[in-house]
Design a protein around this ligand. Sequence first.
Ligand code: HGY
Ligand code: MN
Ligand code: MN
Ligand code: MN
Length: 411
Amino acid sequence: MTERVDDRPRAPREPFERTWAALAKIGDRGAEGYHRFAWTPVDLALRGWFQNQAQLRGMSCERDRNGNLWAWWGRPGPGAVVTGSHLDSVPGGGAFDGPLGVVSAFLAVDLLRARGVEPARPIAVVDFADEEGARFGVACVGSRLLTGSLDPEQARGLRDAGGVTLAEAMRGAAADPAAIGRDEQALERVGAFVELHVEQGRGLAGLGAPVGVASAIWPHGRWRYAFHGAADHAGTTRLADRRDPALPFAATVLAAREAARRHGGLATFGRARIEPGATNAVPSRVDAWLDARAPDTATLTAIVDGVTAAARAAAAEHRVRVEVAAESVTPPVEFGGELRDRIRGVLGEVPVLATGAGHDAGVLAAHVPSAMLFVRNPTGVSHSPAEHAETGDCLAGVAALAAVLADLACR
Ligand code: HGY
Ligand code: MN
Ligand code: MN
Ligand code: MN
């Protein structure tokens, strides 16, 4: 595939590498990847990095009632052009998912300033809190609370694996959980939101392009399957006498793969908890979480219904009770309209790609004009320490983002 020449001036390499290096150390467990979870000491270190980046640029920095950080070039006010992403990760995550969007935003500001650009509207760099939902189970907490698409009471009660609630975790970080909820003032300021993100897939690699524009986010969600059986001795309980919840769980994992294959979507059980977790006991309970995604809502529903039917049948077969609950469901997002066309006008003929990955831009899109830029990921691997993007492509992403911000903030 011939490399598509992107003749836009590249961003300088050294500032990118310097900014990146300071951030990359935080929450890095080497071969185990990144562990950056909401309201933990690592999160506070990430927030410290963000505030320092803002300070270095003379940008005012504020934390909104939901824990999102905003760095302002110009007085915060309506019609702002907002860019950024998130700094948290999944357990064992990669370096780029989230941070690339925040680092690129700061460096795009540098590039505009170096060119003497004087925006006619405020520009803000944002770090959305808890996008991955790795600690409390719900994705995009900061942007969902900001837009009023997550109930504050429900959010306060979310618990992590150790039983700590989001409210307790926020208090532990000197944030006030009583204040969380829709933030009209913050939302009114956002004239447009553009999120740059490493592509979580191989679309751009296959097209030989360093940068692309998002067309849509697939509908997707998270469902909890709780299998209730009966604890018993692993060494004395006959097979016929067992009510082992691990068996319907295992059948449901295989059924999810089959449902996704049959309907043309994706289904993953990436997280499960077997209790009491004794090697020599038949478990009493298995909690498992399904992540399902599909090109359209009907297909997503067909997959989840298929998985649920299989779970119920397998539970009945093993005299186990199963409860199924949706934990967060995201409708399809179209990044269409005037903003995407305007961005393509600025960037020229760059590829337009859909994605199955959720993003804060997907949450904001229902409330303010939103768009996404993707940067090539050579292998497409993400949510893994192996996630990667070449520095040259990252610099092309910064240059593209700077061109888009200049167009949106100066016209
Ligand atoms: O799960 C997702 O799709 C996103 O990476 N948070
Ligand atoms: Mn992610
Ligand atoms: Mn992300
Ligand atoms: Mn995301």
